[in-house]
Design a protein around this ligand. Sequence first.
Ligand code: 6R9
Length: 636
Amino acid sequence: MNYYEIGSLEDYFKIYNKSVRNPEEFWGTIADENFNWYQKWDKVLEYDMIHADIKWFKNGKVNIVKNCIDRHLNKRGEKTAIIFEPNNPNEPAQHISYLELHERVCKMANVLKEQGIQKGDRVCIYLPMIPELAIALLACARVGAIHSVVFAGFSASALSSRIQDSDCKLVLTSDGAYRGSKSIDLKGIVDDALVNCPTIEKVLVVKRTNSEIQMKEGRDFWMEELLENAAKDHVAEIMDAEDPLFILYTSGSTGKPKGMVHTIGGYMVYTAYTFKNIFNYKENDVYWCTADIGWITGHSYIVYGPLLNGATTVLFEGVPSYPDFGRFWNVIDKHEVTQFYTAPTAIRALAKENLSFVENHDLSSIKVLGSVGEPINEEAWHWYNNNVGKKTAPITDTWWQTETGGIMIAPLPFITPTKPTYATLPLPGIQPVLMDERRNELEDNQVVGSLCIKFPWPGMARTIWGDHQRFVDTYFSAFRGKYFTGDGALRDEVGYYRITGRVDDVVIVSGHNLGTAPIEDAINEHPAVAESAIVGFPHDVKGNALYGYITLKETGEVRDRDNLRREINEHISSHIGPIAKLDKIQFVSGLPKTRSGKIMRRILRKIAEGDFSNFGDISTLLNPEIVEEIKNERID
Ligand code: 6R9
């Protein structure tokens, strides 16, 4: 049986069972048959889930970039690897072939070497969504340096603390960045950040906006000039399967960000395998993921997963609203995109706008739609299905995390019957379990609990940079010997999983455990509502009660607020039950969101509780100004 290409639901169940009965045989076969190794492993898996000591493909020797690029050159040299779609729609798109990508990566790898970068060194990448960003990741991996990408929307202090945490030696950045109608002074932010970063020796600057910037003598160099003199050939470094590939910071709910460490062999096998199956990828497809490479979604499903499969991947510099709200649909039409992967927050934002933005474009190339980042509410799911997928393209709702490296639970298009708001079934090799408060595994269906994974998978993070104990404490201690995701989930009668939100988003109202996602889902179905966020606050009688923050659609119609509140509660009553009715409803002009589009419920919870003391770091929010408004209009 070909494990690499799941062909039917029957296949899926067979392969899944195999992967659980004999994980080593399963992953060993996939790794062996689909990748180039300099040397095979001694053992497929060695693990200790108590101390979080996990090794996949021990002593295997490999270079992930050889697998992403070089091995495709014979068959796919002229094929487009990356389509670059610039922020400005009037700037021509670029088609970068596998051959050209090879040359550009080799050149940048040689530049890194000349600038003193060696195997194991950390390189910070702070670049906008331009081809050099993808090339920079690959150049690092080619020379065996560990990349640490920091999303280019983060502030100088966020950048500085991430550089310090992993003692980076070099920064790759650009003069500036375009974002919709704005341009951002990236180099200035880097200069500010570096005031406190003694380990940085060099800054290599890519030209993008041609803006005036300061270049510090001896430290800062123009990438273009260095590339001109760089050789086109580069012999890739031979790496161990368990050598780190990258560090990517993910915010903890408290404390400093965690530098999640992913290693080469397992991450390679897992991202390639999941990409192939979850997006039903076929040779001539044009795949587009709208995430930023600054997030795990971009690492795994713009760069590594697609390139490992020899795919064509779109890299989009812009934003969904520029020059107008039709931009996504315009890009799909223009490049005849076959797989489109985006986030619920983007879908909800675009669903608020006039339908003509979608209808003016030909979306008939679309075969598969994907969603990631948050629970997708039912209304957004239907809007996506009806208007973008035209009811024929299956939606794959992909649940996963920075820590998991790749997608864990998701329907396989054309194979797994979808169910709105359900991520459905685990990928082969993934063994999810639901745990109750007494730390017992819930074995039946139709249960709700804390989502854990009880067996290692190749894509899992191996540690937190510089703090293995924090890794053990955060992920392997709450449920000893199991990986705890921090998310709650329910399993329905057929074994489908629905993510109900972070476990800390569960509110206990009069003794009932209420996940916030299903309540928000019900509210969002009200025709006047655009988005909502529910949190709990202490209540004398019920223990906790529910506070709702709601944004309304811009219909131009003025509605009586109290009436609307009543209607929303009636809606919740009939969809979930009177127990889930909201005690307080505040209409807001926006919800505080992280840069990757997740609603920051932590802040909303504090406001609901009337505690304005310590919001933590809000500078990394997309819209920090909204916090003040929400605070001022809080309902007492
Ligand atoms: C890939 C990514 C991880 C958290 C995760 C969960 C939420 C992601 C989801 C989803 C419901 C989905 N999440 N995908 N919740 N359905 N399809 O987003 O990684 O930024 O680390 O966030 O996002 O709460 O635990 P990351």
